[in-house]
Design a protein around this ligand. Sequence first.
Ligand code: KG4
Ligand code: ZN
Length: 341
Amino acid sequence: MDITILGIESSCDDTSAAVIRNNVLLSNVIASQAVHVKYGGVIPELASRAHQQNIIPVVDTALRDAGVSTDEIDAIAFTRGPGLLGSLLVGVSFAKGLAIAGNIPMVEVNHLQGHILSHFLDLPDRQLPHPEFPFLCLLVSGGHTQIVRVDSPLEMRIVGTTIDDAAGEAFDKCAKVMGLPYPGGPVIDKLAREGDPAAFRFAKPRVDGFDFSFSGLKTSFLYTLRDAVAEDPDFIDKHRADLCASLQRTIVDMLLEKLIRASKEFGIKDIAIAGGVSANSGLRDEIVEAGRRRGWRTFLPEFRFTTDNAAMIAMAGYYRYRHGDFAALDVSPVARLEELA
Ligand code: KG4
Ligand code: ZN
């Protein structure tokens, strides 16, 4: 029997709704919030208000694009966390309202598991490549950097994580130091294409096991710039592309080093990447190249599924629905990953 899921995502600064039937995407609407650009980062209070404005039109458009009415929806999947509490509250409250009005069951989704399970979506006219279990997923976003061992859609284990900043945060913070707009990741990616990745060297910390640390890199980047600008005020303007290329190469190297070690340790050669930073062209190129040398099957998400979207939330919700994991009406959002079951 076909299962139709409405997904709702509001964990950070994108309001998104999507409809899937089984694992096939019928619609995926994303309203990005431009309001944060002038502040150089996401302002939680403004994000909540923008979600409040966007949520009804976004869900309405997603249902219309899919050609599905609310009485055809088998379950509403919503992001319970991790994320900004005020932002999550909007999505969770909306899901409850619709669930009560339409007598529709709800399923809660862990945002990070959503990113990973986006690899199982298909398009109406095209099947996408899906990894086989068990696989390893390098999950790289603005808030998290993890290596996850995925044994099934409902069984995942974090084998490595960042002990301080996330990879996306490293991109965004270094971009800010160079006076680039928020979010800095995509801007650095673009500028890096014109630069020499060997032009500058930044400190790479040693961290045990499969864990990561990016805060030292940010400090090393900052000091390099501070000393150089003291001698030549135009230093950043003159070397922007080289700085971006060198920084990107360093972050990608740090990610790959741990991923390669994890693949060896677990003997797993199906390797996926997910999350906002998985859009990075340097990371995508390097992981394909590393995989070619090591006999991996590498899985890169379509660009539209890299940053926050509700399609991935619907996909993760589909598996929980099939497993009978329903959310109660008194469910509340949680900001931190550790608070999620
Ligand atoms: O997954 P995501 O949309 O939101 C979170 O759950 O955090 O990830 C956002 C992060 C931001 O740090 C952004 O700078 C980064 O993803 N990002 C990129 C690229 N596109 C987005 N970083 C590097 N290169 C890109 N092309
Ligand atoms: Zn995300």
